[in-house]
Ligand binder design. Structure first.
Ligand code: FES
Length: 224
């Protein structure tokens, strides 16, 4: 999934660091100190609250899922090690590790059942288009060919307000329409988009994920 993680007012702080990465002769050398400094610079001054933390020493599958055909994840007492495929610049060798947390905040989901109060503050929505429980994720993306590297090609309108309700409406056989103050975080953990409204692809066919680009129509996407 998932997917870039999307938060409402409280971007997630990940309390773990990548400890190792597979490198080839052509690939830039890992620089954990520079990565940590860049993260701390980005986080400085932001009104963040910690909403997710993991020591990364237990079974990683409890809190994360891997999106990648070749990548692997292992745990050790020192933390978590991610290894992408050996071919630099080969899309099939990219890997992204997602937290299983997807949405947090004051959610107002169109059509949410009254007997599921948890959906008022957290929900995982299907992005691959194949869930049998649309609009929610049922982990079908782990079995089908859904792929998304977790990049965000635009930064939105850079509204820095946070908080307030986040409304999620379902366009018939089309995207999720998300309205409110919200930000989206890339697969690499960087706050990559913020704004007040976006149409997010839920058919899996968009070439501009996570945004809808109208591909649901030629793809014949049926939400129900
Ligand atoms: S919902 Fe996927 S492209 Fe519109």
């Amino acid at each position: 999934m998932t997917t870039p993680r999307l938060t409402c007012g409280f971007p997630a702080f990940l309390a773990c660091f990548l400890l190792a990465a597979h490198v080839t002769a052509d690939e830039p050398k890992p620089n954990p100190a520079a990565d940590k400094a860049a993260f701390e610079k980005a986080a400085a001054g932001a009104a963040w609250a910690e909403v997710f933390s993991d020591s990364c020493t237990a079974d990683w599958k409890e809190k994360w899922f891997l999106d990648g055909e070749v990548g692997t994840v292992t745990n050790s007492p020192e933390g978590m090690t991610l290894t992408a495929g050996p071919e630099f610049r080969n899309d099939a060798h990219h890997m992204v590790l997602w937290t299983k947390d997807s949405f947090e905040g004051d959610l107002k989901i169109d059509g949410a059942p009254d007997d599921m109060p948890g959906l008022r503050y957290r929900a995982a929505f299907c992005r691959c288009g194949d869930s049998a429980n649309k609009p929610y994720c049922d982990n079908t993306h782990e079995k089908n060919a859904f792929r998304d590297r977790g990049a965000l090609g635009t930064t939105g309108d850079s509204v820095e307000e946070s908080g307030g309700p986040l409304e999620i409406q379902r366009a018939p056989d089309g995207p999720l329409i998300v309205s409110g103050n919200f930000s989206m975080v890339t697969g690499a953990g960087r706050k990559g988009w913020c704004g007040k409204k976006a149409a997010l692809c839920r058919c899996g066919a968009s070439k501009n994920k996570p945004f809808c680009d109208g591909s649901h129509k030629p793809a014949g996407f049926k939400a129900d």
